[in-house]
Design a protein around this ligand. Structure first.
Ligand code: FPP
Length: 230
């Protein structure tokens, strides 16, 4: 249970700095991504323990797909290599998983693994705890695709219609970006409209439970006004 008065319902993680973490330890960049995967499972699990209901992780942007093939292949292979630990961790927490992004750009065997992961955790769908993993994701593309799908339906668009048609139909409350950069990098721009933004200089593999607790404590001290005067 959480020690904090205000826990974000929906936490976003922009997991930056895997490559620099690896290089700073004299390791290949790919080792940084492996550590990042292990850390993603443990930090998200801790977030659920603290009372967060939804965790959305940015694991690969559409731009990241243009990196060297060996690095892209390595990151994607983690989906298969860590299939069991991922399932075990989130089954234990009774969390369902959803993968969002242009999944059609991914190799068939990766798509099949994502689908199987979703299916294996589907039984927890109605319990209110979800981990979203964004892969081959870009927010501008998501927005434009959503607009086009609504136009096809010939509907006048309200904010509610629009939001419920997005691949991630929930507002973010807190977004944490590791790795020292202070930008959103095309991460769920619509859903971040009122999110509190927390930037950490730690590389993602070094951002553990203690660091997450510090971020949650910072969030608990924020006064969220949604544009009103309080
Ligand atoms: C950004 O760090 C991180 C990524 C592009 C990959 C993030 C992937 C994981 C945390 C593993 C989880 C993966 C899946 C598929 C679920 P960077 O490489 O840009 O770091 P740098 O800025 O130090 O170079």
């Amino acid at each position: 249970m959480s020690d904090f008065a205000f826990v974000p319902k929906h936490l976003g993680l922009i997991m930056d700095g895997n490559g620099r973490w690896a290089l700073s330890h004299g390791l290949p960049r790919t080792d940084g991504h492996t550590r990042g995967m292990v850390n993603m499972i443990s930090v998200a699990s801790h977030a659920f323990d603290m009372g967060v209901k939804t965790v959305t992780c940015y694991s690969m942007s559409t731009e990241n797909l243009n990196r060297e093939k060996s690095e892209v292949d390595h990151i994607l292979s983690l989906v298969i290599k860590y299939f069991d630990p991922f399932l075990e961790a989130f089954r234990q927490k009774r969390v369902c998983a959803k993968f969002v992004g242009q999944l059609e750009l991914l190799p068939e065997e990766i798509r099949a693994s994502l689908k199987r992961t979703e299916e294996q955790l589907k039984e927890f769908e109605d319990l209110g705890r979800t981990i979203y993993i964004a892969i081959a994701y870009g927010s501008r593309t998501e927005i434009v695709n959503t607009v086009n799908s609504l136009i096809e339906k010939g509907k006048a668009v309200t904010e509610q219609d629009f939001q419920s048609s997005l691949s991630l139909p929930h507002n973010l409350d807190l977004v944490i970006r590791t790795g020292g950069e202070s930008r959103l990098s095309n991460f769920f721009l619509y859903q971040c409209a009122y999110a509190e933004l927390y930037f950490s200089d730690k590389f993602f593999p070094d951002f553990g439970e203690r660091e997450l607790d510090e971020a949650l404590e910072w969030y608990a001290g924020r006064s969220r006004r949604y544009g009103l005067v309080k």
